[in-house]
Design a protein around this ligand. Sequence first.
Ligand SMILES: Cc1cc2nc3c(=O)[nH]c(=O)nc-3n(C[C@H](O)[C@H](O)[C@H](O)COP(=O)(O)OP(=O)(O)OC[C@H]3O[C@@H](n4cnc5c(N)ncnc54)[C@H](O)[C@@H]3O)c2cc1C
Length: 450
Amino acid sequence: MNTTSEKVQCLIVGAGLSGLGCARALQREGIDAHIYESSDDIGGRVRTDNVDGFILDRGFQVLFTAYPILQQELDMKALDLQPFDSGALVLWRGEAYPVTDPFRAPKTFLNALKTGVFSMQDKFALLRLRRLIMGMDITDIFLIPDQNIHDFLVDNGFTGKFMNNFAQPFYGGIFLSRHLDTSARMFAFTFKMLLEGQAAVPAHGMMEIPRQIARDIAPGTIHLGCEVESLIKEGKAVKGVRFTDGREVFADQVVLTVPSGSAAKLTGLQLPLDRRSTITAYIEVPVDFNHERAIMLFAEPNKYAGANSLVNSAVMMSRISHDYASDGRHLLCVSIIGEPKISDEQILEVCSREIGNHFPQSKPKEWKIVKIYRIPWAQFTQPAGIFGRLPKADSGISGLVMGGEILCHSSIQGALEAGQLSAREVLIRCGKLPRETRRPRRTENMQKPA
Ligand SMILES: Cc1cc2nc3c(=O)[nH]c(=O)nc-3n(C[C@H](O)[C@H](O)[C@H](O)COP(=O)(O)OP(=O)(O)OC[C@H]3O[C@@H](n4cnc5c(N)ncnc54)[C@H](O)[C@@H]3O)c2cc1C
């Protein structure tokens, strides 16, 4: 066992977006900040693999270009973003219906109405909701009375048709639950992001985002393959960390940017522990059967594909970015919510049956699995009322600063914002910034004023 010990000014645990953003902000202020990451590369939940000429993100995810923090944290042009079409292709009772923002593509929206995917009441509810949310800034959105998405949609006049055919699969894919049981604030936030911008992926995969941030971090200050086993404490104060190989590193400030389950284990603090899981299946298909750059949503899957249906949504990634599949091949990405215990072969069978039902021309018998990712900790669960229970960057413990998405919400915006908040807390503790009472910013954990 290696028992040497060393000291740094600030030690950041985790090289996800939050840890990387925090390190970069601190190094810019002259702080000797080091990141220690347990896995073999940076990115955390935003990683990409190259497999047999395919680009595979570890779990289907997208960047919402309207996230306000992106202008401060990223060079958006350099990411070479490839946008999705706004809206979605709803697959309902054997037919495919494009559904979109009424203001961006009014004709398509009106056609969707004619088909019965939505009702007339939903049309007016959508226009009212659009006006309401466009009139709010993000701070206001995170102060709306919190309730779950289902109740929020009912209160705003939507019918079961809108819920079943659009909200369940679309927001099910975003929040990894079809029950519409996530906070309405998260719904309103993502709704605004979709109205104001686009969903997109970098041409060469989502990991281009953390890679871009890491390029600004001093060489030799990101340490991979270092799993923190415990915090070194003197009384209650945190003095450093101990790794699984027995090595110790001391620091004036330790910033924890790990998922909340790991943070709770390391600190003993009470943090939200419920999680959402997903399976992402990448499949090579012989035909590009979705001639849109839109996500395909499976409405009423149980009614149409049978009680054990699993597919929530799918997207032809090679159509969004040609670089995702080399040599003109076609890459389909299928999202399944939760963590059903089924084999890769069963997943392929289910995907080809459920999607093939809608697209018989897709030659489902010729589909081949490229890779399947099972992601047990994709997001922390964000029910109504969660925002009052999230930790602050200032843990109240000497030497310990909290970081990671858990400070804000589970998203790229939330993780990058958390990186800024924890860096700010370190700078305050180092005497480089005054601790002033301030209004909470943007999406930071806010509570409704009494
Ligand atoms: C499948 C999926 C789909 C998503 N879809 C979207 C989307 O479409 N849009 C969106 O905005 N967001 C999406 N998200 C959420 C977004 O990716 C996350 O909110 C964000 O990446 C979290 O960043 P983070 O830095 O807080 O945490 P993480 O990325 O989890 O980083 C934490 C790091 O800490 C490391 N670590 C953990 N324990 C230890 C330890 N003991 N010692 C050392 N290192 C440790 C981990 O290896 C990891 O690298 C999605 C996430 C997933 C998984």
